[in-house]
Ligand binder design. Structure first.
Ligand code: NAD
Ligand code: TYD
Length: 396
């Protein structure tokens, strides 16, 4: 079973929209442009208590009932074990608190669980924090990835019936102008400590394939949104500030562009790539929904006002243009045609609908937001925004 079936069971709208895809799926193996098929039995998921990892595990444990998942997560400020509390009662899921850069721990887990798959989400993931503390990013994203690779190389010792799936970002390709798209063969050109550390990790993953034949796959995704995202990122930050009637900080003029991908779509793409991509391959995963930051912020403010029955336009006055992020990448956009052609995967969510659901989720999960914020969020917010908000660059 893959994620498409779960979504079909759950959602009548999707059922209508995707029935042809479901029918064609019966013959899908014939139409895929790959011959690979990897079915994971024992999976080490790293960073599964974070945003994308939590969404992935909540779907995957249901979709693959015969597969066992071990979630290794250090529970940094970004990790919430409680996201996966519902899985802890079952025997298919085990949580281990620990660091991916701890070679002894990863080796011991690998001996105990005989993993045939590593699904590597764990990372320091926020660009603004990478500007404040770059070495934490080098340590986890580069050294942590190197540790996992080395452990996999030793444990698998030339086996081909295994996979190391590295989750990466389109930010490794740098910054686009108003035109053009990233492709799988675009040269790397990272410009922030975050993207540079992810690029370093990607290079190591590829090097382990070329040098040792480790069966790896890499997926580079665009900006994700959806449930369980830590409120330092643009979308949950705008929602929570709008609900509280607090200033909504927009960097620069708000004309930077991102391609927004619903996390549920990202997770279904990961599932497809993990099972069907040829070892050594790379896929770009995008939402096909490019918007400027100002467009996204205005749309979110409209959706929050609607959800709270506020008069139209109430929250627009919260927008505050603030000092730009140093080295702010202007635009990310990607060509998802390789994933569509080879693996018959395209995103299913419309952005406005996805954001409406996302706003509803954050409004319904105020306790989650409170618990998440309780940790070090307020301190971070103060460091990152106090001067910016006290000294806006212009007002709307
Ligand atoms: P996140 O920050 O929400 O979660 C990261 C998780 O990794 C947390 O649970 C944290 O506790 C854990 N972690 C951090 N350091 C660790 C360490 N040393 N050892 C073990 N666990 C550790 O991140 P996310 O948004 O879920 O991103 C997951 C992956 O997807 C990352 O590799 C990121 O680069 C990539 N990605 C994210 C996006 C996005 O828009 N969020 C887009 C493309 C790619
Ligand atoms: P973010 O969610 O941090 O993702 P990334 O930097 O990885 O793309 O930011 C998305 C965009 O929103 C990015 O162009 C920076 C901008 N942004 C703001 O304008 N204000 C904010 O407070 C934040 C967090 C981001």
């Amino acid at each position: 079973m893959d994620f498409l079936y779960l979504e079909l069971q759950r959602c009548p709208t999707l059922q209508r929209g995707l029935i042809p895809a479901r029918d064609s799926r019966q013959g899908r193996r014939k139409r895929l442009a790959t011959t690979a098929h990897h079915y994971p039995r024992s999976v080490l998921v790293t960073g599964g208590a974070g945003f994308i990892g939590s969404n992935y595990l909540l779907q995957a444990v249901k979709a693959h009932p015969e597969t066992r998942f071990v979630n290794l997560d250090a529970l940094t400020y970004a990790g919430q074990r409680e996201n996966l509390a519902a899985l802890e009662a079952g025997s298919a899921y085990t949580f281990v608190q620990g660091d991916i850069a701890d070679l002894d721990l990863v080796t011991a887990l690998s001996e105990e669980h005989a993993f045939d798959t590593v699904l590597h989400f764990a990372a320091e993931s926020h660009v603004d924090r990478s500007i404040l503390d770059p070495l934490a990013f080098v340590r986890t994203n580069v050294m942590g990835t190197a540790t996992l690779l080395e452990c996999a190389r030793r444990a698998w010792n030339g086996r081909t019936d295994v996979r190391f799936h590295h989750i990466s970002t389109d930010e490794v390709f740098g910054s686009l102008g108003p035109e053009g798209l990233f492709r799988e063969d675009t040269a790397y050109d990272p410009r922030s400590p975050y993207s540079a550390s992810k690029a370093g990790a990607d290079h190591l993953v590829r090097a382990y394939h070329e040098t040792y034949g480790l069966p790896i796959v890499i997926s580079n995704a665009s900006n994700n949104y959806g449930p369980f995202q830590y409120p330092e990122k643009l979308i949950p930050l705008v929602i929570q500030n709008a609900v509280a009637g607090a200033p909504v900080p927009v960097y620069g003029k708000g004309d930077n562009v991102r391609d927004w991908l619903h996390v549920g779509d990202h997770c279904s793409a990961i599932d497809r790539i993990l099972q069907y991509a040829e070892p050594g391959s790379t896929y770009l995963v995008g939402g096909g929904e490019e918007r400027s930051n100002l467009e996204i912020v205005r749309l979110l403010l409209k959706l929050v006002d609607q959800a709270l029955d506020r008069p139209e336009g109430t929250s627009l006055k919260l927008i505050q243009f603030v000092t730009d992020r140093p080295g702010h990448d202007f635009r990310y956009a990607l060509d998802g045609s390789k994933l569509a052609t080879d693996l018959d995967w395209t995103p299913s969510r419309n952005l406005e609908e996805g954001l409406r659901e996302t706003v509803a989720w954050y409004l319904a999960n105020g306790t989650w937001m409170e618990q998440t914020r309780n940790r070090s969020y307020d301190e971070y917010y103060e460091t990152q925004y106090r001067d910016r908000i006290d000294n806006p660059t212009e007002t709307t």
